[in-house]
Design a protein around this ligand. Structure first.
Ligand code: ADE
Length: 413
């Protein structure tokens, strides 16, 4: 099968979105220009499991332009944009996804991608890599390696590497400076607030905004919520991060305490059941619950359902759970990534950096010299992305003088 999309006639709308994004993906464009002649991905089949929206489409089309055969599945049923998929299919990418696909379709789509016998992988959440290891072991030797986009995916890859079962090299793009300092912090910060605000149309100023998890994504969300005038409460299990949140000016509480005071709740932990049956009974009438972690397990929806008298949907992406005592709790985007399921994901310039790193990681992997296991993005490539972004955005870097270079290596002076 060449593609499996909802409706090919949506392609013009998808193309428009892709063109809009591409205009501001200046780092990716620089790389496209650099490699257009040499087509370094000739002979390579790239399999991707990514959020299929316009910025991702720019990466996939760039890989195709540089010589690759590209097969892609959506990494989340609600982040797939059908018009973008239609445009990708028309643009020659083998794309398998549909907005709102069932769990069964999700796995089938990954299988269609695997049927292309990939040599290089780009994963977001590690589902593609996990499926290959679980059910396609005969294909593992022909895979040169791949790269992973997100914190949760890297966590899963680390578990595989620790068990000694990761059969090829994977680059943790998420852990590169040019990724997490910008994408996880500023990307998540802006896109999560955008998703919540465009969905609810509610005021943030003056409200209590609970951020559960103070990693780079949580820091970004807390900062943007605070900037919009919210009182921010941070819930964190790590003592250093909890102290950091305290000194960043936020109130630090445990989840039981935060449950009773929050107007908005956002989970960004990468763990499961962080807001659960223990907490719902103490929440205020009208509380809004959203998740920004990779999987829809951070808010226990089974517990929420079990405690609710009725569930209704008043507005797209909002389910209202009316509790037995009459309180209403509002869950956004079915507990899936609110920024992608109820928005368009991270801003264009942010994904430009992340996907430039992905392209350079794919080039590095396709050279084929890496041992199996989990690897960082090489420092030289990480630095190159930042340098290209400075160049693309017209920002000048200061340079060390010869005397300063010498001084930095000196211990006698
Ligand atoms: N757009 C495409 N991939 C994304 C991601 N991993 N996070 C946010 N926005 C995205």
């Amino acid at each position: 099968m060449e593609h499996r999309v909802a409706d090919l006639s949506l392609a013009p709308s998808g193309r428009g979105k892709i063109e809009w994004a591409h205009r501001e993906m200046k780092v990716l464009s620089l790389l496209e220009r650099r490699y257009r002649e040499s087509r370094p991905f000739q002979g390579i089949t790239v399999a991707a499991c990514l959020h299929l929206e316009a910025k991702t489409a720019c990466l996939l089309l760039a890989l195709k332009e540089l010589g690759a055969v590209v097969a892609a599945a959506g990494s989340n049923p609600l982040s797939t944009q059908d018009d973008v998929c239609a445009a990708l299919a028309e643009g020659g990418v083998h794309v398998y996804s549909r907005h709102g696909m069932t769990g069964k379709e999700y796995t089938e789509n990954l299988r269609f991608v695997v049927d292309h016998h990939p040599t290089v992988l780009i994963d977001d959440g590690c589902d593609l890599v996990a499926l290959l290891h679980a059910e396609y072991r005969q294909l593992l030797p022909s895979i040169l390696g791949g790269s992973e986009e997100t914190t949760t995916g890297v966590k899963r890859l680390r578990a595989m590497a620790d068990e000694g079962c990761l059969a090829f090299p994977m680059i943790a793009v998420n852990d590169a400076y040019s990724k997490y300092l910008f994408d996880n912090r500023y990307g998540t910060g802006q896109s999560v607030m955008d998703g919540i605000m465009r969905t609810t149309n509610l005021l943030v100023a003056g409200k209590t905004f609970v951020v559960v998890g103070y990693g780079w994504c949580g820091k970004g969300v807390a900062r943007r919520a605070s900037g919009l005038g919210a009182r921010v409460v941070v819930v964190e299990v790590d003592p250093h991060r909890a102290l950091e949140a305290h000194m960043d000016g936020y109130r630090v509480m445990d989840m039981a305490g935060a449950a009773a005071v929050g107007d908005f709740f956002v989970t960004v932990t990468g763990n499961r059941d962080v807001i659960r049956g223990d907490h719902f009974p103490f929440m205020k009438d009208g509380a809004v619950l959203a998740n920004a972690g990779h999987f829809d397990v951070e808010i226990s929806i089974p517990d929420l359902r079990a405690q609710a008298e009725t569930v209704r949907r008043d507005k797209a992406n909002i389910e209202t759970f009316e509790m037995k005592d009459g309180r209403r709790l509002h869950l956004l985007a079915e507990g899936r990534l609110v920024n992608l399921a109820a928005g368009d994901g991270h801003p264009v310039e942010i994904m430009d950096l992340s996907f430039a790193s992905q392209l350079l990681a794919a080039l590095h992997v396709k050279e084929g010299n890496l041992p199996k296991g989990l690897h960082p993005l090489p420092e030289s490539l990480d630095r190159e992305v930042a340098l290209l972004a400075l160049e693309a955005w017209g920002l000048k870097l200061e340079r060390l003088t010869v005397g300063q270079e010498r001084y930095m290596k000196e211990w006698r002076e």
